[in-house]
Design a protein around this ligand. Structure first.
Ligand SMILES: Nc1ncnc2c1ncn2[C@@H]1O[C@H](COP(=O)(O)OP(=O)(O)O)[C@@H](O)[C@H]1O
Ligand SMILES: [Mg+2]
Length: 367
C-alpha cells in the first residue's frame, strides 16, 4: 500500500453509508440513506460526523434514531460511538396537492384546533402546542379565529394592540403579525373592541379568516395553528368549509372526559370529515388530577373515554392533559404552562403532544 493511500484502519464513507442504510426511519419507513436524510457526511482520521435531516424539528424519535445510527456504525463499520458526531437538522416539507391560488405562500402546514364546545381548553391547548413546537425550533404562527372568545392575546401575554399595516411584496396592503415567545400571531381580539360585542355570522367570520390567512405576513412558517371557534353550528361549519380550500393539513379535536361521550364531539369531527379535512388526532384535556401534595392521580371523571373514541374513529389520541392550577394561572398571567419552570409535568406533557402531532403531520404527507 502506498504511503499516501487511505489508512486501512479508518472506515470509508461507503462503509458508513452502508451502516446507515440499515437504520430505518421509525415513523416514515424506509432507511435513512435511501430517504436522503443523511447530509454532510465527513469521515476523517477514524472520526465520523454527519447530520440527519428530519422532517420536523419537533421529532419525538431523535434519541431513538441517534442510538440506532451509533449502533449500526459500531456494528457494521467498527467505529466506536465516541468517535461519531451526529447533528440533527430539519426541513419541514410543505403539504403538497394544494392549488397555487389557495396555498399560503411560505406556510408549510395549517392545522386547525377545534372543539365541540367552548370551555374545554381549546385555546389553552392551541397556545401551548404552538409554543412547544417553537421550543423545538419550528417556525410557528398562531391564528386566533375564535370569535366567541378570542383568548390568545391574553394567554400569550399580549395586550390588545392593532397589528401594523404594511405593504406586501406585491404592493397590496398586509398586516404584520404580533410576536410573543417567538410565535407570530394574529387575533380577532386585536381588531374588535370587546366592549362592543359584534354579532358574527358565518360568512363574516369566513371572510375575516381569509384575511388572516392571506393578508398577514406569516412567511416563513413551518406550522400555522388556528384556534377555531368551538361548536358545530353555522360559524364552525362555514369555517370548516372555507378551510377546505386552503389546503389544511388537518384538524385536532380537543375534548374533556365529560364531553367525550356527547354528540358534540362526534359532530365536530364529522364536520371536518364532510369537507375532507383529515383528523390528525384527539387531545383529552382536564383528563385527571394529580394532587400537588401527594402526587397521587385521581381519575375524577373516569378514564379511557378519549382513547375509546380515538379507537372508534381510527385516529390517534395525541395525549392527555391533567387539570392543574398552573395551566389556568399560566393562561391568566400570559405565560403558557409549557414554558413555566414549575416542577409539575406540564412542560413535558405539552412538548410530547406537540411532537406527536408534528410526527403525524410528517407521516400524513408520505402516507
Ligand atoms: N388542563 C387544565 N387545567 C386547569 N385549567 C385549565 C386546563 N385547561 C384549560 N383550563 C382553564 O379552563 C378555562 C377554559 O380554557 P380555554 O382554553 O379558554 O377553553 P376554550 O378555548 O375551549 O374555550 C381557562 O380558564 C383555562 O385556563
Ligand atoms: Mg378559547
Amino acid at each position: 500500500m502506498g504511503l499516501f493511500s487511505q489508512k486501512s484502519s479508518g472506515p470509508s464513507e461507503e462503509q458508513i453509508l452502508q451502516a446507515l442504510a440499515t437504520v430505518q426511519e421509525p415513523e416514515l419507513g424506509g432507511d435513512l440513506v435511501s430517504r436522503k436524510m443523511i447530509k454532510n457526511l465527513v469521515v476523517h482520521d477514524g472520526n465520523v460526523r454527519f447530520a440527519v435531516e428530519l422532517t420536523t424539528p419537533a421529532c419525538p424519535l431523535k434519541d431513538q434514531i441517534q442510538h440506532a445510527c451509533e449502533e449500526a456504525i459500531e456494528h457494521i463499520a467498527g467505529v466506536p460511538r465516541d468517535r461519531v458526531t451526529i447533528e440533527f437538522t430539519a426541513q419541514v416539507r410543505p403539504r403538497g396537492g394544494i392549488p397555487d391560488k389557495a396555498a399560503i405562500p411560505g406556510v408549510s402546514h395549517v392545522i386547525a384546533v377545534s372543539a365541540g364546545k367552548g370551555g374545554v381548553g381549546k385555546s389553552t391547548i392551541a397556545v401551548n402546542l404552538a409554543v412547544a413546537l417553537g421550543m423545538d425550533g419550528a417556525r410557528v404562527g398562531l391564528l386566533d379565529a375564535d370569535v366567541y372568545g378570542p383568548s390568545v392575546p391574553l394567554m400569550m401575554g399580549v395586550r390588545a394592540r392593532q397589528p401594523e399595516a404594511v405593504s406586501g411584496p406585491d404592493g397590496e396592503p398586509r398586516m404584520l403579525p404580533i410576536e410573543a415567545f417567538g410565535i407570530k400571531m394574529i387575533s380577532i381580539g386585536f381588531l374588535v373592541d370587546d366592549r362592543q360585542p359584534v354579532i358574527w355570522r358565518g360568512p363574516m367570520v369566513s371572510q375575516l379568516l381569509r384575511q388572516f390567512l392571506y393578508q398577514v405576513l406569516w412567511a416563513p412558517l413551518d406550522y400555522l395553528i388556528i384556534d377555531m371557534p368551538p361548536g358545530t353550528g353555522d360559524i364552525a361549519l362555514t369555517l370548516a368549509q372555507s378551510l377546505q380550500n386552503v389546503g389544511l393539513t388537518g384538524a385536532v379535536t380537543v375534548t374533556t372526559p365529560q364531553q367525550v361521550a356527547t354528540a358534540d364531539v362526534l359532530k365536530s369531527m364529522e364536520m371536518f370529515k364532510k369537507v375532507n379535512v383529515p383528523l390528525l388526532g384527539i387531545i383529552e384535556n382536564m383528563s385527571y388530577f394529580i394532587a400537588p401534595d401527594t402526587g397521587k392521580r385521581y381519575d375524577i371523571f373516569g378514564s379511557g373515554g378519549a382513547a375509546r373514541l380515538a379507537g372508534q374513529l381510527g385516529v390517534p389520541l395525541l395525549g392527555q392533559v391533567p387539570i392543574g392550577v398552573s395551566v389556568c394561572e399560566g393562561g391568566d398571567r400570559g405565560l403558557p404552562a409549557v414554558m413555566s419552570d414549575t416542577p409539575d409535568a406540564y412542560a413535558d406533557i405539552f412538548r410530547e403532544i406537540a411532537r406527536k402531532l408534528a410526527a403525524r403531520v410528517s407521516v400524513m404527507e408520505y402516507a
